[in-house]
Structure formats: C-alpha cells, structure tokens
Design a protein around this ligand. Structure first.
Ligand code: ADP
Ligand code: MG
Length: 284
C-alpha cells in the first residue's frame, strides 16, 4: 500500500469512528482544519482544541434552534423592535433585567396586564426568545389552546403525560388569559397547571383583565383567589397602559399621506384635539 492509500484508508476509518461517536461537525471539518493546521504549523493539541470547539458551537447552535422551535412562539418579536417611548408605563430597565432571565432561576412569575394591542404578546414573545437563547426550556400557549389540550388529554387519559411535559419546562407562557371564560372543568385544569408550576416553573401570563374581573373567567371566587394567590406571590407585574399600538399604527398610516415630516409627528404626539379617525373606523 502506498502512503496515499494508507492515508485515505485511515480517513475512511476516522469518519466511521466519528459517526459512531456522533461527532458530525468534526467529521465534516476535520480534514479542512487539518490542512490549515499543517500550513499554520499548529501542534496536535491546538488542532484537537479547534475541532472540538467547532463541534461544541454547532451543538449549541442546534440546541438553541430546537429550544426556539419547541417553544412554539406564534411569531418573531424582539425587544429591539419594541418602542418603549410609545409605552411609558413599561419600564425598559425592568424588561432588560427580565431578559437576563434571573427571574426564571428564582422561579418567579411575570404578569402583563393591559388592554388589547398594548404590546403584551410582543414583550412576552421577545422575553421567551431571550430565555430560549439562554438555554431555558420554554413553551408558549394561548390559554384557549392550553385548555383545549388539557381537556383533550383528560378525555384521552393522557393528562399525566401532558403534565409531565409541562413540568419539564423552565418557563410556561400563558397568553391571553381572560379573553374567553373557561368552563368549570377548564378552570380547574388551569388552576392545576398554575398550582403545579408554583415555585417550580416560572409562569408568564398576559391578560386584559384587572384582578377584580378574574372571577368572570375562572368561575368560582374560591378558585380565582387561590389562582391569584399562587400567581402573584413572587411576581413582577407589568402594566401596558394606554392606547392600542395597532390603532396608533393604523392612524399614523392613514395620516401620513396628508401630513409631511414634522407635522405628522406633532399629530402623533396627540396634539390634534379633534381626531377624525377616533370613534371606530379602525376596528380590530
Ligand atoms: P397585546 O398582546 O397587548 O394585545 P400585541 O403585543 O399583540 O398586543 O401588539 C399588537 C401589535 O403591535 C403587534 O404587532 C406588536 O408587535 C405591535 N406593538 C405593540 N406595542 C408595540 C411597541 N411599543 N413597539 C412596537 N410594536 C408594538
Ligand atoms: Mg396579545
């Protein structure tokens, strides 16, 4: 056998071993990095370090991608695209702190309360994505979707499995609590999820309802009291006060063709006492 043949035989064998060891990135990159190491005059350990780093980086990238997919976020939103000046009731410093996810380590909850269109879901998605990027297991549910899953699982006798999957999460997101009243069974199942999560899994809940109205959604006062008690114990409450961003956005778009530059901005700031759009042309 010539040297060349020997080399190619050991490369084939190497790829075989790397496959068995599940090191695909090293398999894909080892020859290229070896050629570079030879021309740079790097020693064996440096070469080994380089290919191990590549494998690790690729694994981390894939794991982050998987976590983001598993979180089932309904869309992509970022904190960078959130206009904090348009929502002064939201404390930017607090949101940046939440994006560092220490609240998840402390098993604390976050509750976002405010009218429709005020950015609750936007902030929730952005914070969820930040948590995925930091290695936390997140799952985003609209409350109605979770209730359907819970009721189906109960009927199919797979509730234990669903509860076990929820228990593995670091952050469970419940979006839109209160848009639809829960049935008695639904309210009890939801309470079960919330009380199981208590001090074990962080919850992030968005709602358009002030606390006084939660009874309308959960039915009984006893259940509402117990739910709120668990949810709000060790909890950051963020209020998104003010006008709907969608409405504001739509109004700005309607005004823009008429007004130019500065004029449009002063209208934006709410200077115009009479607003032709106010009163319902733009509906949700
Ligand atoms: P909510 O969940 O409170 O009903 P959303 O988060 O769904 O409201 O916001 C409605 C739309 O307006 C979304 O497209 C969102 O990205 C956008 N939006 C809301 N608030 C802001 C903001 N302060 N800056 C940028 N976009 C915003
Ligand atoms: Mg929403």
């Amino acid at each position: 056998m010539t040297v060349k043949q020997l080399e190619s035989k050991s490369v084939v064998l190497l790829h075989h071993h790397l496959k068995a060891l599940r090191l695909p990135t090293i398999g894909a990159e080892c020859e290229k990095v070896a050629r570079r190491a030879a021309s740079d005059g790097s020693d064996h350990l440096t070469y080994l370090l380089q290919i191990c780093e590549l494998e690790l980086l690729e694994r981390e990238r894939k794991a982050a991608e998987r976590r983001l997919k598993d979180a089932r976020l309904p869309s992509i939103k970022s904190l960078e695209s959130f206009d904090f000046t348009a929502r002064p009731s939201v404390n930017k410093v607090l949101i940046s702190e939440l994006a560092r996810c220490e609240f998840i380590d402390r098993r604390e909850n976050v509750l976002l309360v405010g009218n429709p269109g005020t950015g609750k879901t936007h902030l929730t998605i952005a914070l969820s994505a930040a948590a995925c990027a930091r290695g936390y297991r997140v799952r985003f549910f609209r409350v109605t979707e979770l209730l359907t899953s819970l009721i189906e699982a109960r009927d199919e006798r797979t509730l234990l499995g669903l509860r076990a999957r929820l228990a593995k999460l670091d952050l469970l997101v419940l979006d839109e609590l209160g848009y639809v009243p829960a049935s008695k069974v639904g309210a009890e199942l939801l309470f079960d999820v919330i009380s199981t999560a208590y001090e074990r899994t962080s919850l992030m809940v968005t709602t358009n309802l002030p606390f006084e109205s939660w009874t309308e959604v959960l039915g009984s006062e006893r259940l509402t009291g117990a739910t709120l008690d668990r949810l709000t114990h060790r909890c950051q409450i963020i209020e998104t006060r003010g006008e709907s961003y969608r409405l504001k956005d739509a109004k700005a778009r309607i005004r823009k063709p008429k007004a130019s530059g500065d004029k449009a901005q002063s209208a934006e700031a709410g200077a115009a006492p009479v607003d032709p759009v106010e009163g319902g042309e733009v509906t949700r």
